[in-house]
Design a protein around this ligand. Structure first.
Ligand SMILES: [Zn+2]
Length: 67
């Protein structure tokens, strides 16, 4: 189960979400202001290292494939 980091378009707040399926993304809301216009950011490497063991996904240039 991937954990993605998102940034709110409205307040620029960043938060992490455990996404079970692509459909979950359409329902995402900013926890700070409730705005639904959030976009995924790709700084997940640091977060994955912090929560060691969650994922062994590579942190190379290939992570840009999401965008
Ligand atoms: Zn927000």
């Amino acid at each position: 189960m991937p954990i993605y980091e998102y940034r709110c378009d409205q307040c620029s707040g960043e938060f992490e979400v455990l996404v079970w399926s692509a459909r979950d993304e359409t329902n995402l809301k900013c926890p700070k202001c409730g705005h639904t216009g959030v976009r995924r950011v790709l700084s997940a490497c640091v977060n994955r290292n912090r929560s060691a063991g969650l994922s062994s996904a590579p942190c190379g240039p290939s992570s840009g494939a999401f965008s």
